[in-house]
Design a protein around this ligand. Structure first.
Ligand code: FE
Length: 291
């Protein structure tokens, strides 16, 4: 039997990384951690008050076999893709993109007064759905319900369900939960989790502790992976605690990963590379419209 309350099994402080055309970010987990976060592949946090750290952006690049989820907390990120989508997302907005059989897109942080801040999470797709038709969802902050709890805690629901409130993102194969949780100083939060699902949290601001133990103390942009259990419990420290809580159903499938393309076999990666070389990578295309 799993413990009823999940405890932390691993910690990731975030590794300074340069990505895209020269964006400085902190990488919480990625390729080396496969399969620990299954069905999640990568979590990056970008954030800086210095435009030189982010203006180079992520110019046109391909994806296949995964979903990329961008959550902006501050500043603005412009986007364009081979499905013809384009636009700018700002604080509280989310872009949930299923790359499916192949998409080429760009993600360009815009010069911001103050701090640019956000996250990108990669969600794996089951083998049978890796080559599905790509899809793009651009969601504004107003579309995400925020649930107020006794004691002042609040949870914004991006995907999945908090109590009886569902987020706007649904129909994702791995049944993801994506919450942005804010607990006032000394307050508490508890949420049931599916036994067997992968669950992790990322400390956005302040600090707190999970599972009611000193060993569960988390802050400073740390990401923690939980062991199995029926729920996650958090208590905020004296400055309050804001964290992302993410869970999903593991796929238990082989992972073949090359850069922005994640498939199941080497042969599938080679096919993707060949198609890129030949200009045949994008199977579903509408004209690119730059915003
Ligand atoms: Fe991308």
């Amino acid at each position: 039997m799993p413990d009823p309350v999940r405890s932390i099994t691993r910690r990731y402080p975030g590794v300074p990384t340069v990505e895209g055309a020269g964006v400085r970010l902190r990488r919480s987990f990625s390729h080396p951690e496969v399969p620990l976060f299954d069905p999640f592949l990568l979590l990056d946090r970008f954030g800086s008050t210095n435009p030189a750290d982010y203006l180079a952006g992520f110019p046109w690049h391909p994806h296949r076999g995964i979903e990329t989820v961008t959550y902006v907390l501050g500043g603005q990120v412009a986007h364009g893709d081979t499905l013809g989508n384009s636009g700018v997302i700002g604080p509280g907005d989310v872009q949930w993109m299923n790359a499916g059989s192949g998409i080429i897109h760009q993600e360009m942080p815009q010069r911001t007064e103050g701090r640019l801040e956000g996250f990108q999470l990669w969600v794996n797709r089951p083998a049978r759905e890796k080559m599905s038709t790509p899809a793009y969802r651009g969601l504004t902050s107003a579309e995400f319900p925020t649930v107020e709890l006794d004691g002042g805690a609040r949870a914004t629901v991006v995907a999945g369900r908090y109590r009886d409130v569902a987020g706007p993102v649904d129909g994702i194969p791995v049944d993801p939960l994506y919450l942005d949780v804010r607990i006032p100083p000394g307050g508490a939060f508890e949420h049931p989790t599916h036994p067997g699902y992968t669950v992790f949290a990322h400390a956005v601001e302040g600090d707190g502790s999970f599972a009611g133990t000193d060993a569960g103390r988390v802050g400073d942009g740390e990401t923690v992976l939980f062991g199995d259990g029926d729920s996650v419990r958090a208590v905020a420290g004296p400055a309050g605690f804001r964290f992302l809580l993410v869970s999903g159903r593991p796929l238990h499938e082989p992972v073949a990963w090359y850069g922005p393309i994640v498939m199941n076999t080497r042969a599938e990666l080679q096919t993707a590379m060949r198609e890129l070389d030949r200009g045949e990578f994008v199977h579903h295309r509408r004209p690119i419209v730059e915003g």
